[in-house]
Design a protein around this ligand. Structure first.
Ligand code: EPU
Length: 420
């Protein structure tokens, strides 16, 4: 039958976790490989299904791939064919929208299926299209397909985004890297994964300045060359383990992290009672006293990340005093709360927020992951709950958390993967 996690809650977590490479940095870099007709070695790729799907897309397009280890590849897209895009795979993930920018940049045209990914209500692509059109692309959305071409070639342009969209900023950088002239994107996303994409492309010879600020300047170059590159650590995976230990109590050491990226998450965790000591590439976190409530408000980086709000929800349920989460990035990202309620969490929905009265006792239940981070929230709830939780639809979680069962088991959790 369906694969699921069996979690017996109530155990404190203690030990060390090595954090993997960041999925949302690796995805744009993998699509950026199409711009580089040369051999590239990528290290610290997280072994998760979204990365596997992307590698399959590239291979079916004709990329030559050698696996060096579970987290490192050697890849060359010099023979990639724009007409060989496996459309059925592109609908499985959001990042397939990056085929537009990368395809236009490399081939002057691109076709992809409608990008999939987590369901947070409307996920428009208007900002992507505005940027690509400003560069000279013509986008023709057909039924279940996105087709783009650049009849007169791509030329640098100036454009201000209405919202600092991660995906639109990525697509703009991909399309502009090999375009003629200079592109300036203002109102750009500032996430660490944008910086990682720019660093990767610059390592291949691109001229990109200002990534990490809201104005990015891309001076188009005529060709990119191969390189060896290491993906940055995943701040969301790190934050998820921090929420887990904050919920169960105990102490954890996180290795291979970039502490500066974690600041927006460490702040609320400290308010809630976690003691956290940070050094250059690792941190230790413990909670031995009470768990307090707080108010969270998601925002683009460097604000509190929307990809961390679900993981805080079980903590707010358990906390003294409770709290509130405002969701300001997505218009529908609270689906997971219905599942948390099955476990005894009390959640009062508002227009763009959810209230948590706090002081709840969580108990094991049969629940399902509604999306990637909502699924992670239910894993945390299961670890904190009394009794057994059966968590279904774990394919959502496997898209973004490498070796979750192994990593949690190593720090004392009772979690197994069932298949009946
Ligand atoms: N938006 C528009 N028009 C656009 C693009 C976005 O209105 O053309 C709006 C969206 O509707 C949303 C907001 O802008 O309200 C943010 O969207 P953004 O484009 O920044 O998100 P994304 O690129 O589709 C990435 C991550 C998400 C993460 C968001 C926000 C990847 C593959 N996905 O999505 O990650 O939530 O940025 O930080 O990088 C996850 O990993 O669990 C995940 C969902």
């Amino acid at each position: 039958m369906a694969p699921h996690f069996l979690i017996r809650g109530g155990r404190q977590l203690s030990g060390a976790v090595r954090v993997g490479g960041m999925k949302n940095a690796a995805l744009p870099i993998l699509f950026a490989l199409l711009l580089v007709r040369d051999e590239v070695v990528l290290e610290n790729l997280p072994p998760v299904t979204d990365i596997e799907t992307t590698l399959q897309i590239l291979c079916q397009m004709g990329a030559e791939l050698t696996r060096i280890s579970p987290t490192a590849i050697r890849i060359n897209t010099k023979n990639a064919d724009p007409d060989a895009v496996p459309l059925n795979l592109t609908t499985e993930l959001r990042a397939s929208a990056y085929l537009l920018g990368a395809g236009l940049g490399r081939f002057g045209r691109a076709t992809t299926g409608l990008p999939g990914g987590c369901d947070f209500g409307a996920r428009p692509l208007d900002q992507h299209f505005r940027l690509l059109e400003a560069l000279g692309a013509v986008i023709a959305p057909e039924e279940n397909l996105l087709c783009a071409s650049a009849p007169g070639g791509l030329r640098g342009a100036k454009l201000r985004l209405d919202f600092p969209s991660v995906g639109a900023t990525v697509n703009g950088i991909l399309a502009a890297a090999l375009a003629e002239g200079t592109t300036i994107i203002s109102g750009a996303a500032r996430e660490p994964h944008i910086v990682d994409l720019a660093n990767f492309l610059n390592a291949c010879g691109a001229q990109i300045a200002g990534a990490g600020t809201s104005t990015i300047r891309i001076d188009g170059v005529s060709r990119l060359h191969g390189t060896r590159y290491r993906i940055i650590p995943d701040m969301i995976e790190a934050g998820t383990y921090l929420c887990a230990v904050c919920g169960t109590g105990g102490g954890l050491r996180l290795d291979d992290i970039c502490p500066a990226h974690l600041d927006p998450v460490l702040l609320p965790l400290r308010k809630m009672g976690a003691e956290i000591a940070v050094s250059e590439s690792h941190l230790t976190a413990k909670r031995t006293g009470a768990l307090y409530g707080t108010v969270l408000e998601t925002a683009p980086y460097p604000g509190f990340p929307t990809d961390m709000q679900p993981q805080f929800a079980p903590l707010l349920c358990l906390s003294r005093g409770g709290g509130r989460i405002y969701e300001r990035v997505w218009n529908s990202r609270f689906q997971y709360t219905a599942e948390l309620e099955r476990m005894g969490g009390r959640i009062l929905p508002g227009k763009d927020f959810a209230d948590f009265p706090g002081g709840d006792r969580l108990t094991g239940a049969r629940v399902r992951a509604t999306d990637l981070r909502g699924g992670a929230a239910l894993v945390i709830a299961g670890l904190c709950a009394e009794g057994m939780t059966e968590l279904y639809d774990i394919r959502h979680i496997e898209r973004g958390y490498p070796q979750l069962v192994e990593k949690l088991t190593a720090i004392g959790a009772e979690i197994a993967c069932g298949n009946d």
